[in-house]
Design a protein around this ligand. Structure first.
Ligand SMILES: Nc1ncnc2c1ncn2[C@@H]1O[C@H](COP(=O)(O)OP(=O)(O)O)[C@@H](O)[C@H]1O
Ligand SMILES: [Mg+2]
Length: 248
């Protein structure tokens, strides 16, 4: 048994967690959802996370994405122990190293498609630095949105866009700062099959072109087959790792 306080680090791990537990207060009690998770995501790899609904996949992704703090255990992002950093440094780490794609897009309703896509740069830079680099980031976002087939939707608000269009903007936002880590939680779970497949091809094409490490929650076995590694989660634990050596 490996020591749960030690990260199971390969030299090329960009994201890892060790001994992660998460419980939530429910009335007088605490309900434990994650029971001690160790895993790592290696640079550039494509990793699928599967498991039944309620297994704890979203809870785990939020912890790996630094959106939620584990009750116990630690998370390393690009070599940094994320929860030992100040909130400001942790926010910077998340901003620069992690792109996150949610099932329900989470775009800001009052911003245009293009503004949503450049948001990470607005967060990264001071107001003055953003002003002087504005053209570069707008150009970068425009190029990406154009590649994703949204050239004539740049000024639209999220409410004026279809689900597939909103998710493409969310992918552009996640990739704007070229992070080494991309986390996607059932990114096509809310889309019809045809639209979902197109969005997925965009996501996978960008992933391989950029060499960004992808951790993807999916229920789709065919998609999982296109990933280098598949982890299965059940009742708050990782059950099996397809990368485990196969006995010969
Ligand atoms: N904030 C919360 N408070 C209480 N229970 C929660 C909270 N978030 C998630 N849960 C519970 O944790 C379990 C796992 O949820 P989730 O991580 O969303 O699973 P999955 O993404 O695998 O479907 C569910 O039973 C859910 O009700
Ligand atoms: Mg979920």
């Amino acid at each position: 048994m490996s020591d749960p306080t030690q990260h199971p680090l390969s030299a090329d791990a960009v994201l890892s967690c060790a001994g992660v537990r998460r419980s939530f207060p429910v009335g007088e009690r605490r309900l434990e959802i994650l029971h001690g998770i160790n895993l790592e995501l290696r640079a550039g790899e494509r990793l699928a996370l599967m498991g039944t609904s309620g297994a704890g996949k979203t809870t785990l992704l939020h912890i790996l994405g630094l959106l939620d703090r584990p009750t116990e255990g630690s998370v390393r992002v690009a070599g940094e122990d994320a929860w030992s950093l100040s909130p400001k440094r942790r926010a910077n780490l998340r901003n620069q190293k992690i792109g996150f794609v949610f099932q329900f897009y989470h775009l800001l309703p009052e911003l245009s498609a293009l503004e949503n896509a450049v948001l990470p740069a607005m967060i990264k830079l001071s107001r003055r630095a953003f002003r002087s680099n504005r053209a570069e980031f707008l150009d970068r976002a425009t190029t990406m949105l154009t590649r994703f087939g949204l050239a004539d939707r740049l000024g639209h608000r999220p409410s004026q866009l279809s689900g597939g269009e909103q998710q493409r903007i969310a992918i552009a936002r996640a990739l704007l700062l070229d992070p080494p880590i991309l986390i996607a939680d059932e990114p096509t779970g809310n889309l019809d099959r045809g639209t979902g497949e197109k969005v997925l091809e965009i996501l996978l094409d960008e992933q391989s072109a950029r060499g960004v490490a992808l951790m993807l929650v999916t229920h789709d076995e065919r998609l999982a087959k296109r990933c280098e590694r598949v982890l299965y989660m059940e009742d708050g634990l990782i059950q099996a790792d397809s990368s485990a050596p196969i006995p010969t």
